[in-house]
Design a protein. Structure first.
Ligand SMILES: Cc1cc2nc3c(=O)[nH]c(=O)nc-3n(C[C@H](O)[C@H](O)[C@H](O)COP(=O)(O)OP(=O)(O)OC[C@H]3O[C@@H](n4cnc5c(N)ncnc54)[C@H](O)[C@@H]3O)c2cc1C
Length: 388
């Protein structure tokens, strides 16, 4: 194995980085994950994730974690309702969709980010993840990287993998290609004790997902573990809207006021999502890596996940791509089919960029479709064309 006697540093303990660590450890490699979060108990915000049979779930299976996944995914959370701005239901999985059907390519079980991280962490050897290590910079001497962290600590590694997400600090060591703005900015929020704090939307959600479409805008709501709900709006805005709008995103009164104006023709039921004083909001302009991006492979550095191929979330592919990257990179590194590390990495990166470009193209089309005047018709047509 080419990576025998090599120390591998993975920067970032998200789904991509932890999957890679697990798969490399299964092959006997020496791996450390450096993660900026303070510890494993940090409450992870954000929408739930649906894993796909040929990517996310495939990686879970190869990592020997299907049993743990079955114990932690949320049955029924994948069931979707497509509604209009008046909250009238036009499509309802709850009426038609069978219960979980693992092995069926159309079954996309949902898991929260926290439990997914826990499953992956529990599968790693003790001490694999070093917390409170925010990557700042690195230098190379005789093919060995010296890594500098925010807290003054350093580490060395023969091979560095950037799994540090959308704003990767590792990526500039490989390429200066930057993502472009997709035209959509999301505002994301999470409501805890949703049955009490947003009862009407909670009832409409029915433990699944809501896609509300209208006026070229989206409002997507997902149920989460422990009675919580996450949601995000999607609106066409200028790239600089977050600053130009003048909104203080920590001031919930301002957010409610913005929502009432921006979604003025929508049923007041939706305002429940913005009315709770404890909800914290995060504005998220959505970026995408150029579909034609390329770079020269290095012998001791590579990227996986959002760091390699950021894309908007409107096709639910990001985490699946990150986990499949982990699987494919691990297979290239552990096999004997390549003469050296640079060839193995080059092979992985070529396939990864091709796959990500095709997925990002589909995602951009979906993003446009969901934010068009005909969004509801487009989505209903898509479901009616799906094989049953
Ligand atoms: C609102 C929203 C909804 C989404 N919904 C879906 C969905 O339904 N389905 C889907 O497939 N995808 C979805 N995505 C996309 C998905 O979250 C990402 O594609 C996925 O998390 C990428 O995984 P990753 O491991 O590459 O990066 P991340 O999950 O971003 O993990 C990166 C890790 O690196 C750490 N890190 C960052 N910088 C540093 C540093 N300098 N030093 C050390 N550590 C660092 C971070 O703390 C984090 O733990 C959504 C995204 C958003 C914003």
């Amino acid at each position: 194995m080419m990576i025998q006697n090599k120390t591998i540093a993975i920067i970032g303990g998200g789904p991509g980085g932890l999957s890679l660590a697990r798969l490399l450890q299964m092959a006997g490699a020496e791996v450390t994950v450096y993660e900026r979060d303070q510890n494993s108990d940090v409450r992870i915000q954000g929408a739930t994730l649906d894993l796909h049979e040929d990517s996310g779930l495939k990686t879970i299976r190869k990592a020997g974690l299907m049993e743990a996944f079955l114990a932690h995914f949320r049955p029924g959370a994948d069931k979707m309702r497509v509604v209009d701005r008046a909250a009238h239901i036009h499509f309802d999985d709850h009426r038609t969709k069978p219960a979980e059907d693992f092995g069926d390519a159309d079954f996309r079980p949902e898991i929260d980010r926290g439990p997914l991280r826990k499953i992956l962490l529990a599968a790693l050897q003790p001490g694999t993840v070093v917390w409170d290590r925010q990557f700042i910079s690195m230098t190379q001497t005789d093919q060995v990287w010296t890594i500098q962290f925010q807290n003054g600590e350093t580490a060395t590694a023969d091979l560095v993998i950037g799994a540090d997400g959308a704003r990767s600090r590792i990526r500039p060591y490989l390429t200066d290609i930057k993502p472009f703005y997709s035209g959509i900015t999301m505002v994301e929020g999470t409501i805890y004790d949703a049955a009490i704090n947003s009862p009407r939307i909670y009832e409409l959600l029915k433990g699944g997902k809501i896609f509300a479409l209208g006026d070229s805008k989206t409002l997507i709501v997902s149920s989460k573990e422990a009675g919580a709900m996450s949601f995000y709006t999607g609106c066409k805005t200028a790239e600089s809207w977050v600053v130009d709008s003048g909104i203080d995103f920590k001031d919930n009164t301002q957010l409610l006021h913005w929502f009432q104006q921006e979604f003025s023709g929508w049923d007041p039921i939706w305002q429940e999502l913005f009315a709770h004083e404890k909800t914290s909001f995060i504005p998220r302009p959505q970026y995408c890596m150029p579909l034609t991006q390329t770079w020269t492979a290095q012998a001791n550095l590579s990227l996986i996940g959002d760091a390699a191929h950021l894309m908007p979330p409107f096709a639910g592919e990001g985490v699946n791509m990150a986990m499949l990257d982990a699987l494919e990179l691990s297979e290239c590194l552990r096999g004997n089919q390549f003469s050296d590390l640079q060839s193995a990495i080059a092979h992985y990166e070529l396939k990864m960029r091709e796959r990500a470009a095709a997925t990002a193209k589909m995602t951009l089309e979906q993003t446009e479709s969901l934010h068009s005047e005909k969004a509801l018709d487009n989505m209903l047509r898509m479901f009616s064309e799906e094989p049953s």
